[in-house]
Write a protein that binds this ligand. Structure first.
Ligand code: NAP
Ligand code: MG
Length: 445
């Protein structure tokens, strides 16, 4: 059995070694999940609901422990990490209401009756990236378990600690053995086996667009169900009629949160020409005030990047188009300061590609049509923001931007009771909200 050494991104020091599952071990867990499905799908709706609420309450009493683990493993700020653990609890509570409300329909037909049922799929493989280990795991397993499926959860090799702990807490809460199985291992081994093993009936993948395309192609072989939550290059569009100071003050949080390792990061800022200089003045102040520091501190706005490799990738985008930068600690750890680029045009690599670090690019636009055209000039369509005081314009632009999640005069995008997912190459299907239940059930007529 091979192992992987977890590195604390804040100190670059080793934390512990994790055993990685091989192919045979993965198949053993898949078989165990298939066996557990035979009983889990028959658990009475009210009893399944109670178990999910118990799981939520056990998570709730371990928020601080889970948060500290995430700071250690992922370098998330302690404030974010507490929110992330709380999000797992909230998502479990939200979907605990589902088993008793998994309604089918009665549809009028001549000479008889017609009814539909929402049947569980069976064993679901949930593959999670390293940027938000807890929430993304929870979005997958809570809805899948609530609808009567059993789950294989593969955390990213870099960030398995909270997933492993959540698996233990599920057992402590009384979720039966085999129902939620955490399988740490390599994507190319464990993740790929979820795709190729026919006992796994659906893959719910969150990660890069490149790997996602391979997963979709692999699932096609068995017409295996697949949900994809992929990359993003979201636009933050600031119109001249907006509160420019407020827009500039919120822009750093919209892109540098989690050190920019956020699929929803607003990495392309579009500012109307007439207010461009005014915006940049305020923005320079807010970027320089954004605190990149030890994530254990309550005051931290962002911590380090996940790895030296990620730091190298992100740094390669920082070219001679830098307008200004914030500050970051020096010394050990994978630090990159908040960085603002002024690319020449929309063809710049930094404008088109997902950087997944604290780097944002700013370009001007002339009018509403130009803003929409520039915002949509991307293979991605995950998230985005519109700053304006004109309600009509807010609605028009929100409808015109090709993106799954938009906010006006704020950067909120993920609420567990509303659907989340991407247009275009940002994904397929939806997580969270009422929609997610359809992603883990099949309609039987
Ligand atoms: P990644 O390299 O695509 O990996 C994601 C997960 O897939 C990891 O668990 C990885 O395992 C696994 N994997 C890798 N190769 C695989 C294969 N051939 N078959 C099956 N599984 C495989 O992405 P990442 O670098 O961890 O995360 C960053 C990306 O995730 C960004 O593009 C970001 O935009 C995206 N993301 C999207 C959302 C969303 O909701 N839309 C949310 C968060 C992140 P290993 O780590 O062990 O290789
Ligand atoms: Mg990767």
């Amino acid at each position: 059995m091979s192992t992987f050494t977890i590195i604390n991104p804040t100190t670059a020091q080793p934390v512990k070694d994790i055993s990685l599952a091989d192919l045979a071990q993965t198949d053993t867990v898949i078989a165990k999940a298939a066996k557990a499905f035979e009983t889990w799908k028959k658990v009475a709706p009210g009893d399944r609901a109670k178990l999910l609420r118990k799981f939520a309450s056990v998570v709730d009493s371990h928020i601080e422990e889970l948060a500290q683990l995430e700071v250690l493993n992922s370098g998330h700020t302690i404030g974010n990490a507490r929110w992330e653990a709380g999000n797992v609890r909230d998502v479990l509570n939200y979907y605990s209401a589902a088993p008793e409300r998994l309604f089918g329909r009665q549809i009028p037909v001549p000479n008889g009756i017609d009814i539909t049922f929402k049947e569980p799929l069976g064993v679901i493989g949930v593959i999670v990236p390293w940027n938000f280990p807890m929430p993304i795991a929870g979005w997958g397993f809570a809805a899948a378990l609530a609808t009567g499926n059993t789950v294989l959860l593969k955390p990213a090799e870099l960030t398995p600690l909270t997933a492993i702990r959540l698996g233990e807490l599920a057992l402590e809460a009384g979720i039966p053995e085999g129902v939620l199985n955490v399988v740490p291992g390599k994507g190319s081994v464990v993740g790929a086996r979820f795709v190729s093993n026919p006992t796994v009936r659906k893959v719910s993948f969150t990660g890069s667009t490149t790997v996602g395309k391979g997963i979709m192609a692999g699932c096609a072989e068995q017409v295996k169900r697949v949900t994809l939550e992929l990359g993003g290059k979201s636009a933050n569009i600031i119109f001249e009629d907006a509160d420019i100071e407020a827009a500039a003050n919120s822009a750093p949080g919209g892109v540098f949160d989690n050190a920019g390792q956020d699929c929803c990061a607003r990495t392309r800022i579009l500012v109307q020409k007439s207010v461009f200089d005014k915006f940049m003045d305020y923005f320079e102040k807010s970027v320089k005030a954004f605190r990149c520091e030890d994530p254990n501190l309550d005051s931290a706005g962002m911590g380090p990047l996940i790895s030296q490799k990620q730091k190298d990738v992100v740094t390669s985008y920082i070219d001679d188009s830098v307008a200004f930068q914030g500050t970051a600690p020096t010394g050990p750890g994978f630090w990159v300061p908040p960085t603002v680029l002024l690319p020449k045009n929309t063809q710049a690599k930094s404008w088109q590609e997902e950087i997944f670090g604290p780097v944002v690019s700013v370009l001007p636009f002339t009018d509403e049509a130009d803003a929409i055209e520039k915002a949509n000039d991307s293979i991605y369509g995950l998230s985005g923001s519109i700053f304006t005081s004109n309600l009509g314009r807010a609605m028009r632009v929100a409808r015109a931007v090709e993106s799954g999640n938009l906010s006006v005069n704020s950067h909120s995008s993920v609420r567990y009771w509303t659907p989340f997912g991407g247009f275009k190459q940002s994904g397929l299907g939806r997580a969270l909200g009422p929609e997610s239940l359809d992603m883990y059930t099949e309609t039987k007529n």
